[in-house]
Design a protein around this ligand. Structure first.
Ligand SMILES: Cc1cc2nc3c(=O)[nH]c(=O)nc-3n(C[C@H](O)[C@H](O)[C@H](O)COP(=O)(O)OP(=O)(O)OC[C@H]3O[C@@H](n4cnc5c(N)ncnc54)[C@H](O)[C@@H]3O)c2cc1C
Length: 434
C-alpha cells in the first residue's frame, strides 16, 4: 500500500524508459524509495506488440513488458490512472490531476510521445483511432467485429503496421500517403518500392500523393473523400501520421525543450535533479553527433537505464543511441540504421554502396564515410546479421578492406580479419552502457 508523500526517486510515465530507469537505479540503490505516476490504467506493456495483438498473433498477457509482480519486487509505488500536471522544481514537487502532490529527490520524465492528428475536420468521430496506446487497442478491437473496410491515414511505419494488422483480420484496407512513396522518411526509394509491391500483392489499396479531403458521417465516419475526389466507404479510420514528443510538463518551466526535452549525455535536463528519456527527449545520436529525438524502444529503455544509474549516483553516459528500425511488412523484412541516404552518391563525404538482387528479393545498402566507417545501412530480405553491422557502425570500424563481404547474405564475424573479429567479439553484452 502506497501513500502520497516524498520519494527519493519519482518517475512520470510507465513504459520502456520507466522500466530501464527502475532497473538501472535499483542495481545501484536497493533501498531508496521509488514511485511512478502512470496515466494509463494498466500494467506496463510493449507498444510494439499492438499490431501483433490486433493481427491475432498474440494474446494480451504476451504484451506485458515485465511480469505482473515487477513493481512489487522492485519496491516501486505505482500511482496508476493519474496524470502528472505540474512540476515545481523549486520545491521538488509534482502535482497530479486529482490535486495530490508527490515530493521527489530525483525526477525522471518519461512521458513518451503523442500521436499527431492533422487538422482535418471530422477526425474526432467515434470510430477514428490513433495506433498508439491500450485505449486505442481496446477501441479498435471493439470496432473490428463486423468491420469490412478501414482507411489508414499515413503510409509510414505505424500506418503500415496498422494496415497489416487489419488486413490479417480480413478487413479491406486503404492506405493514404501524402508523399509519393511509402515509408519516405525512413527508407530509400528502392526499399519503399519493394514494400509497395508487397502491399499490392496482398490486396491492400494504396493512394500515394493523396490524403483525406473530407470526412463523412455524423457521429461515426462512414466514408472519406480523397483529394483526388475518390470516395472510400469505411467502418473505421486509423490515423498514423506521426508522433510528437510529449513535453507539456516542461513547457513554461526552466526545463529546456528543443522539439524534445533537451538532456545531456547523463540524461539530465537543464534543471539539476530532473532527468528525461525516451520519446519525450532529444538525445545524442552517435552517428550524426547531434541531439535529436530518437523515438525507439531500445533508445527509451537504455536512456532510462542510464538516467537511473545517474539518479542513483553512478556516473554513466548514453552515447550509443541512433535511429534503427527492424520492420516486417507483408513478408518484407527490413532493418535500417543510422543515416538514410536516398541517392546513389551524396555529398558530405558520404559514399553509397548497394546491391539489389531481384531474384532473391534482397537489397543491401551501406553509407560509408571517407574513412570507411559505416554511417548507415538498409537491409531488405536477409536481415539476420543486422546486429553485426550495427556493431561495426558503433565501433567506428574502417570496413574498406572487406567491404565486398558486407553484401554476402551470410556475412558474419567469420568474414572479418582475425584481429578485428576478436576485438568485436569481446564487446560488452549490454550495448550502450559504458
Ligand atoms: C504501434 C507501435 C509500434 C512500435 N514498434 C516499435 C518497434 O518495432 N521497435 C521500436 O524500437 N520501437 C517501436 N515503437 C516505438 C516505441 O514503442 C517507443 O519508442 C517507446 O514506447 C517509447 O517509450 P517511452 O518510455 O519513451 O514512452 P511511451 O511508450 O510513449 O510511454 C509513455 C507513458 O507515459 C504516460 N504519460 C505521459 N504523460 C504523462 C503524465 N503527464 N502523467 C502520467 N503519465 C504520463 C503515457 O500515458 C505512456 O503510458 C512502436 C510504437 C508504436 C505505437
Amino acid at each position: 500500500m502506497c501513500n502520497m508523500g516524498d520519494f527519493d526517486y519519482l518517475i512520470i510515465g510507465n513504459s520502456a524508459g520507466t522500466v530501464g530507469c527502475i532497473e538501472g537505479l535499483r542495481s545501484v540503490d536497493k533501498n531508496g524509495t521509488v514511485a511512478l505516476v502512470a496515466e494509463e490504467d494498466c500494467h506496463v506493456y510493449s507498444r510494439a506488440l499492438i499490431p501483433y495483438y490486433l493481427g491475432g498473433q498474440i494474446t494480451r498477457d504476451k504484451m506485458y513488458y515485465r511480469p505482473l509482480d515487477f513493481y512489487d519486487r522492485a519496491r516501486v509505488c505505482v500511482f496508476q490512472g493519474h496524470q502528472a500536471v505540474k512540476i515545481d522544481s523549486a520545491v521538488r514537487v509534482v502535482e497530479l490531476d486529482n490535486g495530490s502532490r508527490l515530493g521527489y529527490g530525483m525526477l525522471l520524465i518519461a512521458t513518451g510521445g503523442k500521436p499527431v492528428f492533422p487538422p482535418i475536420p471530422g477526425l474526432d468521430k467515434q470510430n477514428v483511432f490513433s495506433f498508439h496506446s491500450m485505449p486505442d487497442l481496446l477501441g479498435i478491437e471493439k470496432e473490428l467485429a463486423g468491420a469490412r473496410s478501414a482507411v489508414v491515414l499515413g503510409g509510414g511505419v505505424i500506418g503500415l503496421m496498422a494496415a497489416e494488422a487489419l488486413h490479417k483480420r480480413g478487413i479491406k484496407v486503404h492506405v493514404l500517403e501524402l508523399a509519393e512513396r511509402l515509408l519516405a522518411p525512413v527508407v530509400d526509394a528502392t526499399t519503399s518500392h519493394l514494400v509497395e509491391d508487397a502491399l499490392q500483392k496482398a490486396g491492400v489499396a494504396m493512394y500515394l500523393n493523396n490524403t483525406i479531403d473530407q470526412v463523412h458521417g455524423t457521429e461515426r465516419v462512414e466514408s472519406v473523400t480523397l483529394k483526388n475526389g475518390q470516395n472510400i466507404p469505411c467502418d473505421l479510420l486509423i490515423v498514423g501520421v506521426g508522433v510528437a514528443p510529449r513535453v507539456e510538463l516542461a513547457e513554461g518551466t526552466s526545463i529546456e525543450v528543443n522539439r524534445g526535452i533537451v538532456v545531456d549525455k547523463r540524461m539530465q535536463t537543464s534543471v539539476s535533479g530532473i532527468f528525461a528519456c525516451g520519446d519525450c527527449a532529444s538525445t545524442y545520436n552517435f552517428v550524426t553527433g547531434t541531439e535529436q529525438n530518437l523515438p525507439l524502444w531500445p533508445n527509451a529503455y537504455l536512456g532510462g537505464r542510464i538516467a537511473g544509474f545517474n539518479m542513483a549516483g553512478m556516473e554513466r553516459s548514453f552515447i550509443q543511441g541512433t535511429t534503427m528500425n527492424a520492420m516486417h511488412f507483408f513478408d518484407v523484412n527490413i532493418v535500417n540504421a543510422g543515416v538514410n541516404v536516398t541517392g546513389a552518391n551524396q555529398g558530405d563525404g558520404l559514399e553509397v554502396k548497394q546491391n539489389y538482387d531481384s531474384d532473391g528479393q534482397t537489397y543491401r545498402k551501406f553509407v560509408l564515410s571517407e574513412n570507411g566507417h559505416i554511417k548507415g545501412f538498409i537491409l531488405v530480405g536477409q536481415i539476420a546479421r543486422a546486429g553485426i553491422f550495427l556493431n561495426l557502425m558503433r565501433r567506428k570500424i574502417d570496413v574498406r578492406a572487406f567491404q565486398q563481404e558486407l553484401f554476402k547474405n551470410d556475412f558474419g564475424y567469420a568474414d572479418l580479419p582475425e584481429i578485428l573479429r576478436w576485438k568485436l567479439l569481446q564487446d560488452d553484452v549490454i550495448l550502450g552502457v559504458v
